[in-house]
Design a protein around this ligand. Sequence first.
Ligand SMILES: Nc1ncnc2c1ncn2[C@@H]1O[C@H](COP(=O)(O)OP(=O)(O)OP(=O)(O)O)[C@@H](O)[C@H]1O
Length: 314
Amino acid sequence: MSLHPPDLSSQNMADEQRGGEQQELSSAPPALEVDGISLAFREKRSSLPVLQDVSLTVKPGEFVSLIGPSGSGKSTLFHIIGGLLKPQQGRVRMHGQEVTGERGHISYMPQQPALFPWRTTLDNVLLGQENAPRKDTTARSRYASERREEALQWLEQVGLGTFAKAYPHTLSGGMQQRAAFLRALLSPQELMLLDEPFSALDALTRADMQQWLLRMWEENRRSVLFITHSIEEALLLSDRIYVLSARPATVMHIVDVPFPRPRREEITLDPRFSEWKRAMTGWMREEKHKLDGDMDNAESVHTNTPNDGVQRYE
Ligand SMILES: Nc1ncnc2c1ncn2[C@@H]1O[C@H](COP(=O)(O)OP(=O)(O)OP(=O)(O)O)[C@@H](O)[C@H]1O
């Protein structure tokens, strides 16, 4: 495969800008380590290999994205990290502790906001704390009134103050996603998994929400693993991007995004942004073709694609 990544020799700016705070964090164990995960869905007579020896890391306070063709296994990987599925091989560790197959360690934001229609915006936002694992005594021991006060302040801050007592159907799609994000942000679990949270929004609202998320994340610096189909979204938001191959997914490329923070929409106009976008679009197109080939020939779905090694770009 011929690759022409942009020349980034003079562009280690992102790391330089992160400063001393990041250095301190770098000695802490990773917020998430996915180590050699393999999984095949097994049915009576057949087996569908979906993930093959996938490893990735999210350091504390990092924003990491996962991008790959449709059906490559991104959601399956999220289900493994969230403890809903057990891999046949590999381990999941969070903050240095093994949690493979265990639930309750992550906060999660799905594609659809999944707000309960019978609860107000405020009560939906509080749900993440109410559902905190029993062993999380910090979250449970806080007074309900204190939690409500904090959630109200957050709603105010994200422009939903006047909607605190409103029910979800009266909120626009973007507002619902902001409420869903707050619910995940206020959950006691440090690591947030965001599964294509903007895919159902129109293009303009999506662009607004990307900027909003960027600001929210830069102010709060939680550890995030983010699934997206949008290369531009991944480049705009992430510190690092893992590019998955077609199914069975392997990590094909790792991109350390070189743009400094704080980032604003203007970086999309930077020629290097376009170069990265072009390179990554090429990778994705190639993988999509492989997957389409798989669809035409069901037998090949059951044959592993050789892993020709991870390409890392810094
Ligand atoms: N419970 C299951 N049993 C059998 N096959 C499954 C199951 N869940 C997912 N799959 C298959 O595993 C493959 C990967 O699915 P997954 O949803 O993880 O992909 P994805 O990369 O998240 O896709 P998309 O980007 O379209 O959301 C698909 O072929 C899907 O049909």
